[in-house]
Design a protein around this ligand. Structure first.
Ligand code: AMP
Ligand code: MG
Length: 401
């Protein structure tokens, strides 16, 4: 048997990266940045007002109080988007809106609440210190600063940052296209009527969602009957369209073995027994130069195997720096007992309570209990050598959501 870590590192070692493409910001969501992004100018680009009020010389209003206000002459009205043509001299002010550039001569802004307007004059009722209510040029991003690193996922904040730096288009890795094939004579589509001996194909749907969640593009190519020629045809017809294949079913010992047979025929494949539960039988290799992940058929095994092998592999393929789910340490609220010898991935509900994570087993943990994945939001990792953990003991979690 192969350890989970060994199997993972073999898979990751075999991954290439998708090519770099240019994407408009609006299309870049979920892509991985392929270059560091350096600021061509400061953000904000100029000193500007953080409040609606009056741009003043702080020294002028140092003695202002409600009972003894300071009277200033208002030179002009300055909305956001315009530049003042006037310099603020002693005894003068500019009525300024949030975001408007601070006029020359002024060094602070008195909020409008602390003033009383009287025509083209203003009474200032409170003092301000120099720099108060002013947002400095570059206080968000300095010119030349590397704000976004290659390998970063482009999400909402990154999209906004790219826009504020004037980057309408960015180099990123193309999203991987993943062909999903579930196999089995027993499989029906969700819309079909149940018939004796048949079940509905759930794996290609959970895989579809998992591929989307990994920021890749799913292509559902199944379900395919346990017919070697049919399976071979589906794989070969799509090999040019995809960057990777994920199959489910047909790789375990004592199986009808069509998947194994076909994969051996059309690709260079290895069949592993991985010391993990669920998900012991795994196939991995290449078909027409594309990586193929042959995952086991049980609904939980397929999802957990995807988490352990396919997700990090796809993220690596798409140039991502962080390819693993975040881990946290949690205290177990329910004991877990089992036979040692395999890394076990237990579906748990993780909850932040009283200053730390707690983990509660979702219920029955059979590899066919898909509800455990519906209820669980994390996988608790029991290392190979650990047999039993009592309530109150610590466990490592992979956070899934
Ligand atoms: P296999 O690895 O093909 O022997 O499948 C193992 C178990 O998973 C069997 O009980 C199958 O019926 C079930 N199974 C296989 N493929 C799927 C699928 N696509 N959806 C739901 N269950 C499946
Ligand atoms: Mg099968």
């Amino acid at each position: 048997m192969l350890s989970l870590q060994e199997a993972q590192s073999r898979v990751l070692g075999a991954m290439g990266t998708t090519e770099v493409v240019t994407r408009n910001i609006l299309e870049a969501w979920g892509h991985t940045l392929a270059e560091d992004i350096t600021a061509p100018h400061p953000v904000p680009p100029f000193d500007n007002s953080a409040m609606d009020g009056y741009a003043v010389r702080a020294a002028d209003v140092a003695a202002a109080t409600p009972g003894g206000p300071v009277r200033l002459r208002v030179l002009e009205d300055l909305p956001a988007g315009y530049v003042s043509g006037r310099e603020v001299g002693p005894g003068e002010a500019v009525r300024i809106m949030t975001g408007a550039p601070l006029p020359p001569g002024a060094d602070a802004v008195v909020p409008v609440e602390n003033t009383r307007a009287e025509g083209w004059e203003v009474l200032v009722l409170e003092p301000v210190s120099s720099g108060e209510n002013v947002r400095r040029a570059g206080e968000d991003v300095r010119e030349g600063e590397t704000v976004l690193r290659r390998g970063t996922r482009i999400g909402p904040a990154e999209m906004g940052m790219l826009a504020s730096l004037g980057r309408a288009e960015v180099p990123c890795h193309r999203k991987a296209i993943v062909g999903i094939i579930s196999t089995g004579d027993e499989l029906l589509e969700p819309g079909e009527e149940l018939r004796p001996g048949k079940i509905r194909d759930s794996n290609s749907f959970s895989l579809f969602g998992l591929v989307l969640e990994a920021d890749a593009v799913p292509l559902r190519l199944g379900p395919v009957r346990d017919d070697p020629d049919l399976l071979e045809r589906v794989i070969l017809e799509n090999v040019e369209k995809v960057d990777a294949f994920v199959t489910s079913g047909g790789v375990s010992v004592g199986d009808y073995d069509v998947v194994k047979e076909v994969l051996q025929r059309v690709g260079e494949m290895e069949f592993w027994k991985v010391a993990m539960r669920p998900g012991k039988p795994q196939a991995f290799g290449r078909v027409g130069g594309r990586p193929l992940f042959g995952l086991p058929g049980n609904p939980v095994s397929v999802m957990v195997s995807f988490e352990m092998f396919v997700r990090p592999a796809l993220l690596k393929m798409m140039g991502r720096r962080e390819i693993f789910r975040p881990t946290v340490t949690a205290v177990l609220d329910t004991p877990v007992g089992r036979k040692k010898g395999r890394t076990e991935l237990i579906r748990v509900v993780a909850e932040w309570k009283e200053g730390r994570y707690h983990a509660r087993v979702t219920g029955p943990q059979g590899s066919g209990i898909l509800k455990s994945m519906v209820l669980g939001n994390a996988l608790a990792v029991l290392p190979e050598e650990v047999g039993r953990l009592e309530a109150g003991e610590e466990v490592t979690l992979y956070l899934l959501r």
